[in-house]
Write a protein that binds this ligand. Structure first.
Ligand SMILES: *[C@@H]1O[C@H](CO)[C@@H](O)[C@H](O)[C@H]1NC(C)=O
Ligand SMILES: *[C@@H]1O[C@H](CO)[C@@H](O)[C@H](O)[C@H]1NC(C)=O
Ligand SMILES: *[C@@H]1O[C@H](CO)[C@@H](O)[C@H](O)[C@H]1NC(C)=O
Ligand SMILES: *[C@@H]1O[C@H](CO)[C@@H](O)[C@H](O)[C@H]1NC(C)=O
Ligand SMILES: *[C@@H]1O[C@H](CO)[C@@H](O)[C@H](O)[C@H]1NC(C)=O
Ligand SMILES: *[C@@H]1O[C@H](CO)[C@@H](O)[C@H](O)[C@H]1NC(C)=O
Length: 420
């Protein structure tokens, strides 16, 4: 057997990074907010050594009105509408939102093989990701420095991935250039005007916000998050965002032209290329299926912690869905979020922002794939992913005519009430 030196090097790199982050995690100071699910357990009279939780030590015990921090994770895949969903938290005054911090973990640990299917690579990435998420939820943003190149000096960096997608990182105290604005700044504007990101200030901002929300497309399924869900220091709420795989593939051929070239060729020529990369489709279906099966089977460890959301339902009725989402996470909805929805889902022609941004008329764009994806590809996806189509209530079509007929509804009316 051939021993790949790349794999060895990668493992060495990865394990040193993990040891380092693990070390950082252990030395992390105790949490800001009483982490006990029932704050009454945390009364000052309690013998701290008897208490299951010795982390309640920051003087918060004496405060009878303990508001628990909520940690929200948007678990998604690329091109499934996660930018849109992320905005529904990013726009909330009390939420500190981070857009895909795990990008840096992946980039550091597996720069060349980001689509690696190897179980070892995935485990390495997952361990590091969980450590990072745990620290970020505790507002320890310095932990990011382990993964940012070049390594930040004096806790400042201009390399944070999609910094401009986080409202908190573009407003005071982190950045004064754009002022306190209710209007979400353009991402590029933030990057241009805010200059270098001071991670110390970002950390302060994080602590000032009552809740933390993180979006990621780099965790495969909810089972991968079990250690975080069960961590008593966290109050994690996982929102799994899913989308019709036929729509995802269509969207990826547009957004990731090079990576999805074989699908793009099929789409434009109508002929299936020999080198079609099916592994760009199968993980979506498998991960969805495992994860959603777990979520819908309601294991005790997920009680109160899992919500399944179809992007199509969100796109059709964002105002109603956002209420359900905020009910689930247990945070009062604020007017900024509603205003943002009103301003971003109205009928309007598609804008250039669409590819990486959020859509104007969310319900039209959620279905636009039906007019561009040839029936052959649709049929192929339906055959490759039959289980998940049924599970999520995405109807299959049997002809090109049904496909293009937008009055023929492909989204079964299903409600997936959160597991409370
Ligand atoms: C706790 O804090 C909330 C909001 O800050 C306030 O509305 C509520 O009255 C407080 N409750 C008590 C018992 O102090
Ligand atoms: C970092 O801070 C030190 C001390 O304030 C300063 O001398 C140094 O120039 C700073 N380095 C950078 C790259 O800003
Ligand atoms: C609505 O969106 C437009 C275009 O993005 C922007 O110029 C405007 O300021 C927004 N209005 C509000 C109230 O957010
Ligand atoms: C970053 O902000 C902190 C807190 O305000 C400040 O003490 C520090 O000097 C800033 N760092 C740099 C490099 O400006
Ligand atoms: C979005 O577009 C669809 C189809 O063109 C239309 O039926 C719907 O009314 C539009 N939504 C809004 C909010 O204008
Ligand atoms: C389109 O779908 C609707 C609803 O299923 C159906 O009533 C109609 O006949 C279809 N139109 C065509 C042209 O197939």
């Amino acid at each position: 057997m051939q021993c790949s030196w790349k794999a060895v090097l990668l493992l060495a790199l990865a394990s040193s990074a993990i040891q380092y982050t693990a070390f950082r995690t252990f030395t992390t100071k105790s949490f800001q907010v009483c982490p006990i699910p029932n704050p009454n357990n945390c009364s000052p009279g309690q013998d701290p050594t008897e208490s299951p939780d010795r982390l309640c030590e920051d003087g918060q015990l004496t405060n009878s009105n303990i508001s628990r921090k909520t940690h929200i994770l948007i678990l998604a895949t690329t091109r499934s509408g996660s930018t849109f969903l992320g905005q529904l938290f990013n726009q909330h005054t009390d939420v500190f939102y981070l857009f895909e911090p795990l990008y840096h973990v992946e980039y550091t640990l597996m720069p060349k093989i980001s689509n690696s299917q190897s179980a070892t690579d995935r485990r390495v990435m997952l361990g590091a990701s969980r450590d990072l998420l745990r620290s970020l939820y505790d507002c320890d943003l310095y932990i990011m420095e382990n993964y940012i190149t070049p390594q930040p000096l004096n806790h400042t960096t201009d390399r944070l991935f999609r910094r401009g997608a986080s409202k908190a990182l573009c407003s005071p105290p982190v950045c004064d250039a754009l002022g306190h604005t209710d209007i979400y700044p353009e991402e590029g504007d933030c990057v241009k005007k805010c200059g270098t990101l001071n991670l110390t200030l970002a950390m302060e901002s994080c602590k000032e916000h009552r809740h933390v929300a993180i979006k990621t497309v780099r965790v495969s399924e909810v089972n991968d998050l079990r250690a975080l869900v069960e961590d008593p220091r966290l109050n994690l709420k996982v929102i799994q965002l899913v989308r019709d795989p036929r729509a995802i593939i269509t969207s990826r051929t547009i957004a990731f032209v090079d990576e999805y070239r074989s699908w793009g060729i099929w789409k434009t020529t109508g002929r299936r290329p020999k080198n079609l990369d099916v592994t760009q489709l199968t993980p979506i279906c498998e991960d969805y299926f495992h994860s959603v099966s777990t979520g819908l089977s309601r294991p005790p460890w997920l009680k109160g912690r899992y919500m399944l959301l179809r992007y199509e339902d969100l796109a059709r009725n964002p105002m109603k869905k956002v209420e359900e989402i905020y009910d689930f996470v247990g945070i009062p909805l604020d007017a900024n979020v509603q205003r943002w929805i009103l301003n971003n889902t109205k009928a309007d022609e598609s804008s250039p922002k669409e590819i990486y941004g959020t859509s104007r008329n969310s319900s039209t764009t959620a279905e636009a794939w039906r007019l561009t994806l040839p029936y052959d590809i649709v049929e192929f996806i339906q055959k490759t992913c039959p289980q998940v189509m049924v599970q999520l209530g995405y109807k299959t079509v049997r002809s090109s005519q049904d496909l293009k007929n937008l009055s023929y509804n492909l989204i079964e009316d299903r409600s997936f009430p959160p597991f409370l």
